[in-house]
Design a protein around this ligand. Structure first.
Ligand code: SF4
Ligand code: SF4
Length: 416
């Protein structure tokens, strides 16, 4: 819950990339025989799965103890060839599952197919969460939340992501079909569609409740948009009653619930060491190694591989990490271009406090985070009001990895 005043007081330091700089079509990258999925084990799971060689169908849910803890959807059919335990980038306990895919096997999971033919809220929640854009129906199945409106984000929340902007520009009819389907599944009639301001002229005049988002970062952040809606409706943020879906999630829903039922590829932006951006479509589960190979990019000692954009992305230690249902960007940075963080004390310059959109006392927050006092960070310094924009790290004079400390603390408290 956000407790801060919530204001963007400084002029934007950064602007979002525009889709107009990218080609009209993404390159399609098909994995060469293996898909990889990361499943969270959860803090209290003591089950250590072993390789079993089991067959997997298209659309089959992959999970450990129970799908309630989260699941992935197999994008292609095949056979499980390996499972291993893994520690994620913020300490999450993961199990990595490798599937050897079989091109000539096009067998669909029966429960997934049934959900596609006859989607209800319950089935959508049970079977569609692993689709590209990760449509999340859980708030709609929670009676305490009393959701009244659908909010479709045709914008991308990091500065170099273009997945949703691409779909709004080139596949607006699929986005609108997905919104119609979401209304049918949820029984809600109110929907808001947020698009980059430069794409508004491309929308059909019949598109209702369209709002535009300026290019200044972090205007496209979900929490900033939530605040906008509440201000327009003159209601408290705690009473917003919104369910958020990305334009990509809406498109994926309309695709799998059509006659075709094929699971679309994940749309993402690939940024090479020279900063050149390319739009990619690839199945969820494709190892990043395959995308690097496609673009002829090689990692050398000290180079950095980032999954996500420059503000919210995470440096990963292996090219075997897979594209997930929410991977909107992959970046490779040459070691000579990396701005190193430093292990020095905060100089109390206040830049992070001035830039924080939710008025967190970041200079005080970092002091308790650095000594591992996460409970105090949450209770005294509004850790969970943070909207994950990363601006505090971006402006830090002392090059302290403030945002990384914040994410480690949030993950640790989630697991506590
Ligand atoms: S990431 Fe930093 S600047 Fe952004 S909301 Fe969180 S504390 Fe504030
Ligand atoms: S920007 Fe960095 S050095 Fe300045 S007050 Fe914030 S944490 Fe300290």
């Amino acid at each position: 819950m956000i407790h801060g005043v919530f204001s963007i007081r400084t002029a934007p330091l950064l602007q979002h990339a525009t889709i107009t700089d990218l080609p009209d079509r993404p390159v399609t990258i098909e994995p060469a025989g293996t898909l990889v999925y990361h499943l969270e084990r959860g803090a209290h799971s003591d089950k250590i799965p072993t390789a079993d060689g089991g067959g997997v169908k298209i659309g089959q849910r992959l999970f450990l103890d129970s799908p309630d803890k989260g699941y992935c959807l197999a994008a292609q059919a095949g056979r499980i060839t390996a499972r291993s335990n893994l520690t994620g980038t913020f300490g999450q306990q993961l199990v990595e599952i490798s599937i050897s895919t079989t091109e000539d096997l096009q067998e669909y999971d029966e429960e997934f197919s049934d959900a596609c033919r006859d989607p209800s809220l319950e089935k959508a929640s049970l079977f569609f969460r692993g689709l590209p854009g990760r449509p999340d129906f859980l708030p709609l199945t929670d009676p305490r939340q009393q959701i009244e409106r659908l909010v479709i984000l045709g914008v991308d929340d990091d500065v170099q992501g273009c997945s949703n902007g691409y779909l709004v520009k080139h596949h607006i009819n699929s986005v609108l079909a997905g919104i119609t389907l979401l209304k049918k599944i949820t029984g809600l009639s109110e929907s808001w569609l947020f698009v980059p301001d430069y794409l508004e002229p491309l929308l059909p005049t019949s598109s209702s409740a369209v709002r535009t988002v300026k290019a200044g970062y972090p205007e496209a952040n979900r929490e900033v948009i939530r605040k906008r809606i509440c201000r327009e409706l003159n209601i408290p943020v705690a009473d917003d009653r919104c369910a958020f879906f990305s334009a990509e999630a809406a498109c994926a829903l309309s695709a799998v619930c059509s006659e075709d039922t094929r699971i679309p590829g994940k749309i993402l932006t690939f940024v090479d060491k020279c900063g050149k951006q390319s739009l990619v479509s690839t199945p969820v589960g494709t190892p990043v190694r395959e995308i690097l190979q496609y673009f002829g990019e090689t990692l050398h000692e000290g180079d950095r591989l980032v999954i996500g954009g420059p503000m919210k992305g995470t440096a990963v230690f292996s090219v075997d990490f897979p594209v997930s249902s929410t991977t909107n960007a992959i970046m490779v940075q040459d070691r000579r271009d990396i701005v190193e963080t430093e292990d020095v004390a905060c100089v109390n310059c206040g830049a992070c406090v001035r830039v924080c959109p939710v008025d967190i006392q970041v200079n005080m927050l970092i002091r308790v985070l650095e000594v591992g006092e996460y409970e105090e960070a949450a209770s005294r310094y509004n850790l969970f009001s943070c909207i994950d924009c990363g601006l505090c790290s971006y402006v830090c004079e002392a090059r302290i990895a403030v945002f990384q400390h914040i994410r480690i603390a949030k993950t640790a408290l989630d697991y506590a």
